[in-house]
Every structure is written in structure tokens, then in C-alpha cells.
Design a protein around this ligand. Sequence first.
Ligand SMILES: NC(=O)c1ccc[n+]([C@@H]2O[C@H](COP(=O)([O-])OP(=O)(O)OC[C@H]3O[C@@H](n4cnc5c(N)ncnc54)[C@H](OP(=O)(O)O)[C@@H]3O)[C@@H](O)[C@H]2O)c1
Length: 348
Amino acid sequence: MKAIRFFTYGGPEVMQLDDVPIPDCGPGDLLVRVVAAGINPLDWKLRAGAIAGTRALLLPGTPGRDAAGIVIALGGGVQGFVLEDRVCFYAEPARYGTYAEYVALPATQAARIPPGLSFVDAAALPTPGQAAWTALVDMAQLQPGNRVLIHGAAGAVGGVAVQLAKQLGAYVVAMASANRAARVQALGADEVLDYRDGCSGLPWRGMDVVLDTIGGEVQDASWCTLRAGGVLLATSTVPSPARAQQAGVRAGFVCTRPRGSVLAWLLARQLRVEVARTLPMADAAAAHRLGERRQAGRRQNGVADAAAGIVKALAPLPQGGPPCHRLASLSGYQSKAPSVAGGFCLAN
Ligand SMILES: NC(=O)c1ccc[n+]([C@@H]2O[C@H](COP(=O)([O-])OP(=O)(O)OC[C@H]3O[C@@H](n4cnc5c(N)ncnc54)[C@H](OP(=O)(O)O)[C@@H]3O)[C@@H](O)[C@H]2O)c1
């Protein structure tokens, strides 16, 4: 099969389209023919070696953890799925990576795609959706009437978080750039504020929950928005326990783990991630460049590269021959990140 691989850490150019064996479909596994793979910032952070200190890859590696496709083989003992099912998933640890024509993964990490939802849209949801769930449901235990401040609300994690928080009955204050405010409002946010006006003067106080998908000064400015005993949850920068203690709140870093049951819940409630661009799998490097340039633009100017949009799906090349089941060990990573029951690590 075709798959994107990289043999060293580096820029987008280290990724190349390779021929590799189709992964083995072991006991409890689904073998899926990938129709679309979702792209997440973690994909390029891992490729660049930016977090190799805590998440070292076994190279060569294949990027990607999110995908949607069709079940073409079932390992022994699999229940709840049949051949030809349309499924999506966040597969971690990614034994092979999802920028590939076929992926084998534990069936417990997959969910059936509801009728009417495209493979591309389904591939965009798994990691952002489960990150939002981990933060708001597992960690914050959000209750109806809670007031939640969501940073990065126009992004993938923040956008799902807005939808999820509204479905859970919370009052949502969202941070997004002005040109995306209408879209964030359409997701259900009660108030939308332009982050480019600066965070230092955040007008809110008494928030029950803050979801910080940005880190840095955004996180610094967020502590004082919380009520005593509130909770700050971060997906990008690990919050300081000392700062949390000083502010009289709890804080935690979101460690998302794959759960097909959570994904099925999100799909059934029609939570969605907007997909702005779809590229062929062979253009993985171009897709990473778009995403990285967008983030760099923000860092340098505080303004996103509007042309880039949210790059969220890679469509694979036309399918090759029939799958043959061979053992393969193409990639995977050894995580040194703290592993805590419940899928998250509380810093306080
Ligand atoms: N720990 C975990 O388990 C986990 C899971 C998933 C993701 N993550 C991490 O979470 C972060 C977000 O992921 P994502 O997929 O949501 O990325 P994304 O789709 O690129 O979204 C980021 C959003 O942040 C917005 N933004 C940028 N600067 C901002 C600021 N100063 N204030 C408010 N909003 C700002 C951007 O808005 P504009 O487009 O308007 O600039 C963009 O919509 C990444 O660092 C990712 O690696 C962690």
C-alpha cells in the first residue's frame, strides 16, 4: 500500500510517499481502507521532533492518528462491527499512522459514521472531539448553568468544545478572531470576543471553567477569570500547579485517549469540525506547511494566515490491489507522558 513516511525529524519535506506492507489485522482489530485522514497540529509537532523529549517516535514514522474509511477485515473477537461498515477513529498509539491507504486499529477505538456524514467530515472530528470531551466532561464535569470560557473557539478543539458545552447546558463565552465571530456564534456561543483585542483585560470574572487551547499569555491572562475553586484545562501548555494554587483553582493538562464510545456519542449529537481544505495524500507536506504557516503567522503577527483556513483532511490516492495481511511495524511512538487513569493529568 501507499503511505507517507519520514525517516528523520525535520520540516515537511522529510515526508515522502512510500510503498509499505498492509498492516496485520490482529485479534480485536479492524482493518480499515482509509478514505480520508484528519490532520491535527500534533501531526507536525511529532514530525518536527518538537516534542521528542516526551514523545519520541520509533522511526521511520507515518503521521496521523485520525481517519475515516471502510472496514475490510475483522480480527478475532470483534463485536459491534461488520465488513463494509463506514467508521472513523482516533487511533493511539498509532501503530502505523493514518496517512496511509490502510490502517489496523483496536475496534474499541472506532465508531460508525452516521448516514449522511461524509468521510472527510468524519475524519476531522475524532481527536478534537475527544479532546473537548476529555476536558469538559471527564475533567471539568461541566454542569448545566456553568459558565465556561473557551479560547481558540474558531479552531477544531475549541469549536467542538463550544458545541459540546452548549449541549451540556453551559453558558459559553468564546474567544475568536472577529472575522470568525459569526461562525462561532452559529456553533452556539452566548458571547464571542476578538482575541486580537488582547487578553490582558479579559472582562469576565467568576467563570467555572476555562478551556485553554492556546497557552502562553492566553493562559496567563485566564487565571483571574475563574471563580475560587474553578478549573482551568489546557491542551497546549501544561498549566503551572503553583499558579493554580495562587489563584485558588484547579488546573489540568488534557491527555486525550481514544475511545470509540465517546466518539459515537459525539457523532450521534452531530458535533462537527469545519473542514476548509482537502488535499491528496501525496500532498501531505503541503498540508503541513499550510497548518504550520498559519500557526507561525499567529505567533509573529497575532493574526492568522487567513488564506490557509483549517486544513483538516487528506484524501488517499486511488486504491491499489486487494489487501494482503502481512506483519508490519512501520511506526509508533514511545510516550513518556504521564499516564493517569481517566485520560487526563491534573496539575493540582
Ligand atoms: N492535549 C491534547 O490531548 C490535545 C488534543 C488535541 C489538540 N491539542 C492541541 O490543542 C491546540 C489546538 O488544537 P486545534 O486542533 O484546535 O488547532 P486549530 O484548529 O489550529 O485551532 C487553533 C485556534 O486557535 C485560535 N487562536 C490562535 N491564537 C489565539 C488567541 N491568542 N486567542 C484565541 N484564539 C486563538 C485560532 O483562531 P484563528 O484561526 O482565528 O487564528 C484557531 O482557530 C494545539 O496545540 C494542539 O496540538 C492537544
